[in-house]
Design a protein. Structure first.
Length: 202
């Protein structure tokens, strides 16, 4: 067994055996769904067993009240993926859809979804950037500025877009806290950007 897999198994065991706290009700609903397989099948029918296990582990970790324990598990999960596109498709997207469905079904609160989404956003940002080649370090490397409307809480998608541009070789600049406001104008005036992206989907 690979060392990363062993680490993940140890972290997973620690999270699953830990007493639940504030998110106790969330964990009860989640356990029922995952044990029946209903929730996983609804979003990941085409994924293999390992990917489904990773999704379940991530969901349990995201409902862990101890942030450090949660992030340790999620950080190890990141090492299971070599390509960001696979990481996004087989872990982040299914997890986000399940959390969204649980909120729609009134099984978790908006606050719980917000906490879980912010934790997902952290590991998206942690995913290693591609090593830059000599050509990608040239001054003519395309650049983009990304942000969203001030006060927007749903910024996970924007972080994924930023990571995709970054891994495609672009120089990515984001607004402070991802929010575009009057202070952002000074950044936009200070340098040239080939593209500007504004998320208004909230």
């Amino acid at each position: 067994m690979r060392r990363a897999d062993q680490q993940l198994d140890r972290k997973k065991e620690a999270v699953l055996s830990a007493p639940s706290g504030r998110l106790d009700l969330t964990r009860v609903h989640l356990q029922d769904h995952l044990e029946s397989g209903e929730l996983l099948r609804s979003v990941s029918e085409k994924l293999n067993r390992k990917s489904r296990d990773n999704i379940a582990t991530a969901l349990y970790a995201l409902t862990e009240t101890n942030t450090q324990s949660c992030m340790e598990v999620l950080s190890v999960l990141v090492t299971q993926y070599h390509h960001f596109e696979t990481f996004e498709k087989e872990l982040i997207a299914p997890v986000a859809r399940i959390l969204g469905q649980q909120w729609v079904d009134d099984e978790i609160s908006f606050a719980d979804v917000t906490i879980a989404s912010s934790r997902l956003q952290v590991i998206v940002n942690q995913f290693p950037a591609r090593k830059k080649t000599v050509s990608s370090r040239r001054r003519d490397t395309p650049s983009i500025f990304l942000g969203c409307l001030e006060g927007e809480n749903h910024t996970l998608g924007l972080s994924i877009v930023a990571k995709r541009f970054e891994r495609a070789g672009w120089t990515v600049q984001t607004a402070p806290h991802l929010w575009v406001n009057s202070a952002t104008l000074s950044i936009l005036k200070s340098r040239h950007f080939d593209a500007f992206g504004l998320s208004v989907g909230g």
